[in-house]
Design a protein around this ligand. Structure first.
Ligand code: SF4
Length: 701
């Protein structure tokens, strides 16, 4: 049958850059995509992943199409209707909560969820089930940056806009490879540097990555030593007289303690810790000191660490002591991994947060949200975070988990422990789009969800830009939008407060909850987003496009309005190497795959870039083990093993090896899963796990 050809404006569903996409539907209903030339983020460009999104929409071969349920652990999954599925979920949750209390259940959701879904699952869990056990895979991604912002700036507020890129003349890219992981954002940096060759780019990374090809200076530090480096650069800036005394005096606290701390360690000592030269530390300091506009950019290399928050503080301090914040082309800028990790943070989508930047620790804030939701109170204690949820399942304090839109058996650290936890769980719900979600064999209930383009809602990108994503194609079979599934469950539980007639109503409700806060979007509507395209929060209605840059008045969201310069001495609490496990394993991403490959793995064009998992190893480490290029190698650690082929390269230092994190099972074999080797160390403040430092041994297989 033929339909009228149509076009829709949407946003790419992969990374936090948030590129605008135009979706075309031809008269056969076939979908194709192109970059939106009018979109302020990407101006028509798309990276390889975004460019191939239509293949993911067209290929429905792996889609979950109907609810499935098993009556007991020894029974097979069998097809049921939605009503039976929801009835069972409600009955099991009610009985567990009655017997063991509300903290015996947990939700583990995703930075891929739309803001409305994130909002509803938080309202359901914190407000109505009365448990803060709702966490998300953003815990693995951005939680150290969230705490870094809260501690220094008072709230989780990214100060800058992408348009600051073209106004900066010095970038420090720390623990990130944006050339591969945030490609369109990096394209803007590249173009800016092409047009302004004096722009200085410093890359800090234990590996030589694609991003280094643009760098004026690559600081190839020893893994885990970032904090020591930033403090040493801080010392260099102070000694060179390149600090902003007025900003420090008038708009910040804590400089004296910071100065005393950085002066405790000589540049020579810091250089030895980091494995770089004092000359390079001072060169970085002089690039920063000479800059009119200085931007720090960072991602997982800093966040995924047992010292993640302190690393964030030490980096943000470089912006604060130089007064490089709240002005054109300047500021700290965390690169969000997932498309809507920011939206999740805004609605309080984590076990330790509350909606609209309210604090879970503040009784008044809790009561405000409780009153808004029409419940008596909210639970006081922070809920279990990502790794703690699976620990709770393993030890039995959590009986039921509801997993939405994420693949923890591939993405969580110490994956075998997650397997064990799911085996021990009394009740597991897996709500996903794909039959490839690795937790399905452990599920008691499998719920088919609608994917990108099959539901409507909003997302927020790395620069606080909110966009509306339309529904342009039907979901397959009986699959439903995640929000609809949550609403059906809430109604089966007998909860009021979920009578929304549309997603627009859900969004309106959330927008009203932001009223009077620093992220106020109470004037925002779907209609405005459809008309204007996108807006950056806060949005009070005065400026139709919202607020591109924060803190231009140098008034911060801290109680006294001043930025906090905070630092503590570096203490490496990660796993130490020893004679059994002498190499440091670090993990990361490749250009053409997204997370656990459930979508990008379907696109043959994307698989061509790098077709199979590999281990990067330095020639000296390879030679010592008689390993040749392409040999199969066995990587062992305290928690498991991985078997992949070796890629011998001087892009990584001796003593360090690198594995990509994307691959889970290949055929029936899970030996390419990097997270067989990663551990359970978490940052004590952000609770973010460390994926960048595990002790391993490598041998020829
Ligand atoms: Fe999508 Fe990110 Fe690529 Fe943009 S840069 S097209 S948002 S994956």
């Amino acid at each position: 049958s033929t339909v009228k050809p149509e076009s829709f404006k949407s946003t790419c569903s992969y990374c936090g850059v948030g590129c605008g996409i135009i979706v075309h539907k031809d008269k056969k209903g076939q979908v194709s995509v192109e970059g939106d030339p009018e979109h302020p983020v990407n101006k028509g460009m798309l990276c390889s992943k975004g460019m191939n999104l239509h293949y993911v929409v067209r290929d429905q071969s792996d889609r979950l199409t109907h609810p499935q349920m098993r009556w007991g652990k020894s029974h097979p999954l069998e097809r049921v209707d939605w009503d039976t599925a929801m009835q069972r979920a409600a009955a099991v949750f009610q009985s567990i909560i009655k017997k063991h209390g509300p903290d015996a259940v947990a939700f583990y959701v995703s930075g891929q969820c739309l803001t409305e879904e994130y909002y509803l699952v938080n309202k359901l869990s914190k407000g109505y089930l009365q448990t803060n056990n709702i966490d998300t895979n953003s815990r693995l991604c951005m939680s150290s940056a969230v705490m870094g912002y809260i501690k220094t700036l008072g709230e989780d507020s990214v100060p800058i806009a992408y348009d600051d890129i073209e106004l900066a003349d010095c970038f420090m890219v720390a623990g990130a490879n944006p050339a591969w992981c945030h490609p369109i954002l990096w394209r803007r940096v590249e173009k800016h540097k092409e047009e302004n060759p004096n722009t200085k780019i410093i890359v800090v990374d234990p590996r030589v990555t694609q991003s280094c090809s643009l760098a004026d200076l690559h600081l190839q530090i020893n893994p885990g030593t970032d904090e020591a480096l930033y403090l040493a650069i801080g010392r260099g800036l102070i000694e060179q007289g390149d600090i902003d005394v007025d900003f420090i005096k008038n708009h910040s606290d804590g400089f004296e303690a910071y100065r005393d701390l950085v002066m405790e360690t000589s540049l020579e000592e810091s250089a030895a810790i980091c494995g770089v030269s004092t000359t390079d530390i001072l060169l970085a300091a002089s690039y920063i000191g000479d800059a009119k506009g200085f931007i720090t950019m960072w991602a997982m290399g800093l966040n995924q660490s047992t010292e993640g928050v302190n690393k964030n503080l030490a980096l943000i301090d470089l912006n604060l002591i130089t007064g490089q914040i709240g002005k054109p082309g300047a500021g700290p800028f965390s690169l969000t991994g997932q498309p809507n990790a920011m939206g999740g943070r805004e609605v309080g989508g984590m076990a330790t947060l509350l909606a609209s930047h309210r604090s879970l620790n503040n009784p008044e804030h809790r009561q405000e949200v409780a009153d808004f939701w029409g419940v008596d109170k909210l639970p006081e204690q922070a809920g279990k975070t990502a790794t703690q949820i699976f620990e709770g399942l393993e030890e039995g304090s959590i009986k039921a988990v509801w997993i939405i839109c994420t693949n923890p058996l591939v993405s969580m650290p110490d994956a075998r422990r997650v397997e064990n936890a799911l085996k021990k769980a009394k009740f597991v719900v897996v709500q996903d789009i794909s039959t490839k979600a690795a937790a399905i064999p452990y599920a008691d209930l499998v719920l088919p969800a609608a994917g990108w383009g099959e539901k409507e809602g909003t997302m927020t990108n790395s620069e606080r830009r909110i966009s509306y994503l339309p529904k342009f194609t039907p979901a397959p079979g009986e699959a439903l939008p995640d929000a609809e599934i949550l609403i059906r469950f809430a109604k089966k539980m007998g909860f009021g407060g979920f009578d929304h007639a549309s997603m627009a109503e859900v969004y309106q409700e959330y927008c009203q909850l932001t009223k009077g806060t620093n992220i106020d979007i109470s004037a925002l509507t779907y209609a405005h987003l459809k008309q204007v395209g996108t807006v950056q929060w806060p949005f009070t209605g005065l400026n139709p496009e919202g607020t591109p840059r924060l803190f231009t008045d140098h008034k911060f969201h801290t109680p006294n309005g001043r930025a906090q310069i905070l630092a503590s001495g570096p203490k490496n609490k990660t796993e130490l190497t020893d004679t059994d496990f002498p190499l440091i394993l670090t993990t990361g991403r490749i250009r053409d795959q997204w997370h656990t490959m459930t979508r990008t793995g379907k696109v043959s064009k994307l698989n061509k870039h790098i077709a199979s998992p590999f281990l990067e190893i330095h020639p000296e480490d390879a030679q010592r083990r008689n390993i040749k290029e392409g040999d199969t190698v066995l990587i062992t650690g305290k928690r498991g093993e991985v078997r992949v082929h070796a890629q011998i390269t001087t892009n990584i230092n001796a003593g360090v090896v690198f594995l990509p994190m994307h691959w889970g099972k290949i055929l029936q074999n899970d030996l390419s899963r990097a997270n067989n080797l990663t551990g359970n160390g978490i940052d004590p403040v952000s609770k973010q796990p460390d994926f960048k430092f595990s002790a391993v041994q490598v041998e020829k297989y």
